[in-house]
Design a protein around this ligand. Structure first.
Ligand SMILES: *Cc1c(COP(=O)(O)O)cnc(C)c1O
Length: 399
């Protein structure tokens, strides 16, 4: 192992330019398709968006797809369509982006956190069951980093207590659980098209479901609770009449975004293949290092590898995780942190009375975890830089 001096200690950085932890991959085809839309008559939600929805639904094995303008909006719409209202409790993971539980708060519901499993970092079904009360309305698991949750046990809980599953699959486009695609299991599933995710539309998201009632409500809630597509209203032969049925929002996607999404979706398999290749490279490079814990991969699911995380083992190092993270950044490697457990954020502490100690597994993992760069456009050279930098930093600080 290399024993160079880390840049943070005065040595030379591992590379000259900063490598982010994630970045989109936009090709010429995307630019052309978006330009075509810009030159056309219709630029807000219309036929291209409907085509994107159809293709997306097919890709994840769902009957209906509802395109919206962010993953957060998708969560909001999905929960509203399933029927979350004031005081309704929704059980989710604390080890996620705040969007997951914020969407519950938008509807005046109450997020209840259940601690995670120490190996997969996904919500622990045993802890979920402990949180179920007469006020529970929905189970909202998050497929952390792209590895599916234990869906057999979550589906069993969903049936036993008659609670719909809404899955936050913002990390898990292209993942499968025991041969079933993520998007085809729960009552509704949401995806995000933020630039760091598997495919991007700049900003965007999707709700998918097999349930016609949920789909109909979601289409309405997306656009002010109005029961008609805007494009139909403006067609010459169309009807000028419309009614607002329920309180909805303004969450629709534009045709530019949908055109981008369609092209990206075509390349999803290639993106996934490259993500898996890089993850395997990392696994092989770090498996034998005693100072870090590599991600555990469930044998019977296909990981979508949105994130590649490592846990440092402080007992074998002279410094803590924060120093390792800073040292990697000084090497020009965009290490990052996913996630500060949501229940530790000041807003949650103040408004939901959450506190340190509530979810010890998530809190422990948070102290030791870091994310290293993983995105399909990374070159083999970039991957080698990350491996080199990590070995250098860990080697230097090893006890
Ligand atoms: C990205 C993300 C979201 C929200 O998606 P946006 O498109 O950024 O609104 C929700 N949940 C998780 C777990 C995410 O990573």
């Amino acid at each position: 192992m290399r024993k160079g001096v880390p840049a943070i200690e005065g040595g030379m950085p591992s590379r000259g330019t900063f490598l982010p932890y994630a970045r989109q991959w936009i090709g010429e085809e995307e630019i052309e398709k978006v330009t075509q839309v810009l030159r056309s008559e219709w630029i807000t939600q219309g036929p291209v968006t409907r085509e994107f929805e159809r293709e997306f639904a097919r890709a994840v094995g769902a009957r209906f797809a509802i395109a919206v303008n962010s993953g957060t909006a998708a969560l909001h719409v999905a929960l509203a369509a399933v029927g979350i209202g004031p005081e309704d409790q929704v059980i989710t993971s604390p080890f996620t982006f705040a969007a997951t539980s914020n969407a519950v708060l938008y509807l005046n519901g109450i997020p209840k956190f259940a601690d995670i499993e120490s190996r997969t970092y996904n919500v622990d079904p045993g802890r979920v069951e402990e949180q179920i009360s007469p006020k529970t309305r929905v189970l909202l698991p998050v497929h952390y980093a792209g590895q599916p949750c234990n869906m057999d046990r979550l589906v069993a809980l969903s049936r036993k207590y008659n609670l719909p599953l809404v899955e936050d699959a913002a990390h898990a486009l292209g993942a499968t659980y025991r041969g079933k695609k993520i998007g085809s299991i729960g009552r509704a599933t949401i995806f995000s098209f933020h630039p760091v995710k598997h495919i991007t539309t700049g900003e965007g998201g999707m709700v998918v479901t097999d349930d016609e009632g949920i789909a109909e409500r979601a289409y309405m809630i997306r656009t002010h609770g109005i029961d008609k597509d805007a494009s139909k209203r403006f067609e010459k032969e169309g009807n000028w009449f419309y009614q607002m049925i329920t309180l909805g929002y303004r969450y629709n996607m534009t045709e530019m975004q949908a055109a981008l999404g369609l092209c990206q979706l075509e390349r999803l398999d290639l993106f996934l293949k490259r993500r898996r290749e890089i993850a395997e490279h990392y696994q092989a490079a770090f498996q034998e290092m005693q100072e870090v814990v590599t991600p555990y991969v469930e044998p019977d699911s296909e990981h979508a590898w949105h994130l590649y995380t490592l846990q440092v083992r402080p007992e074998r190092l002279r410094v803590d995780r924060d120093r390792i993270l800073s040292a990697l950044r000084a090497e020009n490697i965009g290490a990052n942190l996913h996630y500060i457990p949501v229940h530790l954020h000041p807003y949650y502490r103040q408004n939901l009375n959450t506190r340190e100690g509530d979810h010890p597994v998530a809190e422990g993992v948070f102290q030791r975890i870091l994310t290293i760069p993983l995105f399909p456009k990374m070159t083999d050279h970039d991957v080698d830089d990350v491996i080199h930098a990590l070995k250098k930093v860990i080697g230097y600080y090893r006890k």
